[in-house]
Design a protein around this ligand. Structure first.
Ligand SMILES: *Cc1c(COP(=O)(O)O)cnc(C)c1O
Length: 431
């Protein structure tokens, strides 16, 4: 096969390839990466970048990890894929067993799918089928939080923040859902019942129509990188029980240690009825997601008119993805991940603090392995991206949010390199 050089890649890319949220008319620059190892991305032009993004929450062990490489190559010589209808296999069985063991109590049934957004569709569909089976057909809508993000497919989009999710573009096709105010209580805030008031009013007024509440636990990610009090989540669980509404928790970003707990739901000590996992599930090697539910939900669905759960993607439980997920989870659980994440938290807190004094910075906040600098105004992405690359780091801001969530294996020195580049670049941002 003929190799392409960097300028050929860029030319083809510019002519033919969509990037996330991109335009062909006014394309933002893209950087060709030739390889990646540990916490470093190697660009085609020889530049080396310390990765601050974990490829969107996913590469928690870093790139090119020997144990993950070994797991996936061992599986490839057995089978890369086989259909899941009427067939099962060891990688999927192992993964399902592990997931039911490590997630909050009661989540015993596992549906494996291709991506985070699909796992959300699956979770929403589970909730709808559950109430349909029980003859409560009016319970067909969802309650979510403003500033939430749950993916880009239609069901997922309908429960994303109505403004940043650009609902107006798809007004005529999106199912209208209920939204309550984004939690105003910071992670450490002393609890006050006022914080839950709006949510409580919405769920009590519309419980007859609501199939499930869907939210991100403790950290609202792509919708604003906001952290909120676990008490809010605890109260949500109580209110869902009180009003007969299912609770779907979207752990796609927060799962597998990122917030300092294995699952962010643990901060509240509760269990949802349905939970979605993705992103770090395979250590960032392959796309795979899981929707877990309780026996109450699975029984409800299976006793209903359809008798089965109506979903079945072609690449369901892909063996390569399951094998690497098994290796990634084992690596995580046998590592001192919680100390690592705590150390990252302390270092981010100390080293991002200087940005608090910049008058164009609105807020600096850190939770677990997530560091966020919220600007007063949106940053100029192409310009700031180049400044980060020139300084040798990979940081990808959106809007007013400049944030990092490095792989857990990052060394103290590399993390300092990343944070000082971040703080220096932001110091120079015009305001
Ligand atoms: C990324 C993300 C999704 C969507 O996952 P994809 O794999 O991109 O489809 C859903 N929910 C949350 C909280 C996410 O961070």
């Amino acid at each position: 096969m003929k190799h392409l050089n960097a300028s050929q890649i860029l030319a083809i890319d510019k002519n033919h390839i969509w990037h996330p949220y991109s335009s062909f008319m006014d394309p933002a620059p893209v950087y060709p990466v030739a390889s990646a190892d540990g916490v470093r991305l190697y660009l085609s032009d020889g530049q080396v970048l310390i990765d601050g993004m974990s490829s969107w929450w996913s590469t928690i062990h870093g790139y090119n990890h020997p144990a993950l490489n070994a797991a996936i190559t061992a599986q490839i010589s057995k089978m890369s894929h086989v259909m899941f209808g009427g067939i099962t296999h060891e990688p999927a069985a192992k993964l399902a067993q592990t997931l039911t063991e490590i997630t909050p109590a009661g989540l015993d049934k596992v549906f494996l799918s291709d991506s985070g957004s699909v796992s959300i569709e699956v979770g929403m569909k589970m909730a709808l089928q559950y109430w349909q089976s029980r003859g409560e057909k009016d319970k067909s809508r969802f309650l979510s939080l403003k500033r939430g993000y749950h993916g880009d497919t239609f069901g997922a989009m309908s429960v994303c923040d109505p403004v940043t999710g650009m609902h107006h573009l798809f007004r005529d096709v999106l199912t209208p859902q209920f939204f309550s105010e984004s939690p105003r209580c910071g992670f450490d805030a002393a609890w006050n019942e006022d914080f839950i008031l709006d949510f409580k009013q919405t769920i009590s007024a519309h419980a007859d129509e609501i199939a499930a509440v869907i939210l991100e636990p403790v950290v609202q990610g792509a919708g604003g990188m906001r952290f909120y009090s676990p008490m809010f989540l605890k109260r949500v669980r109580e209110l869902c029980d009180q009003y007969g509404v299912l609770l779907i928790i979207d752990e796609i970003a927060t799962g597998f240690g990122r917030t300092g707990k294995l699952f962010a739901t643990e901060w509240a000590g509760i269990s949802p009825d349905i939970m979605c996992l993705g992103k770090a599930l395979t250590g960032g090697y392959m796309t795979l997601a899981a929707t877990l539910c309780t026996e109450k939900v699975s029984n409800g669905i299976c006793l209903g008119e359809a008798g089965v759960f109506m979903h079945g993607p072609t690449f369901m439980a892909n063996p390569l993805a399951c094998a690497v997920a098994n290796a990634s989870i084992e690596l995580l659980l046998t590592s001192d991940w919680s100390t690592r994440v705590m150390n990252i938290e302390q270092q981010l807190t100390a080293e991002l603090a200087p940005a608090k004094d910049y008058n164009h910075v609105k807020d600096v906040r850190v939770l677990g392995g997530i560091g966020v600098i919220e600007m007063k105004n949106p940053v100029n992405l192409p310009i700031i991206q180049k400044q980060f690359v020139d300084k040798g780091v990979w940081v990808r801001p959106f809007g007013k949010l400049v944030y990092v969530m490095p792989p857990y294996i990052i060394s103290k020195t590399d993390l300092s390199f990343l944070t000082s580049a971040l703080v220096e670049v932001l110091k120079g941002v015009a305001h």
